[in-house]
Design a protein around this ligand. Structure first.
Ligand SMILES: Nc1ncnc2c1ncn2[C@@H]1O[C@H](COP(=O)(O)OP(=O)(O)OP(=O)(O)O)[C@@H](O)[C@H]1O
Length: 120
């Protein structure tokens, strides 16, 4: 039992380490991740300083993190496409454009949440 718990803790530690590695690699190469992180920090600061309910704050903070997650997934998609081939192909373009649209949709969701929270 103790061995199984130890193995599971080790697995979590490795998962956290590899996730951090992924974040750092994306941070180095992706200007848009850095820009979204900055925008998200501003949004989070605003959400924490305004007189919002806990639910409203939770929504704004969670959607902000979702934008960053989408940007990471988009980066992963782009890397996979370029790893397979850097040749021009409409399917490669479609994959990249859909990845980009995922980020756009999450950003739109965060924007809509802000508008509804502020205006109602
Ligand atoms: N291998 C490819 N084949 C066809 N079209 C491609 C290919 N690679 C990129 N494109 C298209 O070229 C345009 C620019 O894509 P690219 O990945 O270079 O943008 P990017 O500036 O790196 O995007 P992001 O800001 O999301 O990192 C997109 O419309 C994309 O679909």
């Amino acid at each position: 039992m103790l061995t199984a718990i130890r193995a599971e803790l080790l697995r979590w530690r490795n998962t956290a380490r590899w996730s951090w590695q992924g974040w750092r690699a994306a941070w180095r190469s992706e200007k848009s991740l850095r820009q979204w992180t900055l925008a998200n920090a501003g949004s989070a600061l605003l959400a924490l300083s305004l007189d919002l309910t806990a639910g409203e704050r939770a929504l704004i903070l969670a959607l902000g993190l979702l934008v960053l997650a989408a940007e990471l997934a988009n980066t992963a998609l782009e890397e996979v496409v370029d790893y397979i081939s850097t040749a021009q192909d409409p399917r490669a373009g479609k994959i990249k454009d859909c990845g980009s649209a995922v980020v756009g949709m999450t950003a739109l969701a965060a924007g809509v949440a802000w508008v509804v929270v502020l205006i109602g």
